[in-house]
Design a protein around this ligand. Structure first.
Ligand code: FE2
Ligand code: FE2
Length: 139
């Protein structure tokens, strides 16, 4: 296992999760109309999960002897978003996370625990992607 590459990948994942969490939180402030009740809870849950996933990545980084480098840039000021547009942004987020975890998987090499951690992230992100897809589906 190439520790340096693994730490770099986990750092990227940590920052992506944090940014995703913040974006979901921001989107939850801007959901209006009849979808508000339904979507706001979902967006807050996703925001929470982004922080939880980022924490997992950071803990693994320190376990490997690394130091988490937090580098998050957010600048959101769009208040007029339709539920559809919000969910489409969610799809992009989830796909990004899924792609990153999948691409990181081979880096685990013989470290079974790390492989399991990455696999569990892949399962979680795939489920998010499917759920957002269903929320977007008309019927
Ligand atoms: Fe995540
Ligand atoms: Fe996710």
């Amino acid at each position: 296992m190439n520790k340096k590459k693994v730490i770099a990948a986990l750092t990227e994942a940590m920052n992506l999760e944090l940014e995703g969490g913040l974006e979901y939180l921001y989107l939850s402030f801007n959901v209006f109309g009849s979808s508000r009740r339904l979507l706001q809870g979902f967006l807050r849950e996703q925001a929470q999960e982004g922080i939880e996933h980022a924490t997992k990545m950071a803990e693994k980084i320190t376990s490997l002897g690394g130091t988490p480098h937090m580098k998050v840039q957010v600048d959101y000021k769009t208040s007029k978003l339709t539920a559809k547009r919000i969910l489409e942004r969610g799809m992009v987020r989830e796909q990004k996370a899924l792609d990153l975890y999948k691409a990181s998987l081979p880096l685990a090499a013989d470290d079974v625990a790390l492989e399991e951690l990455l696999r569990s992230q892949i399962v979680a992100e795939q489920e998010h992607l499917e759920e957002v897809g269903k929320l977007l589906r008309e019927n």
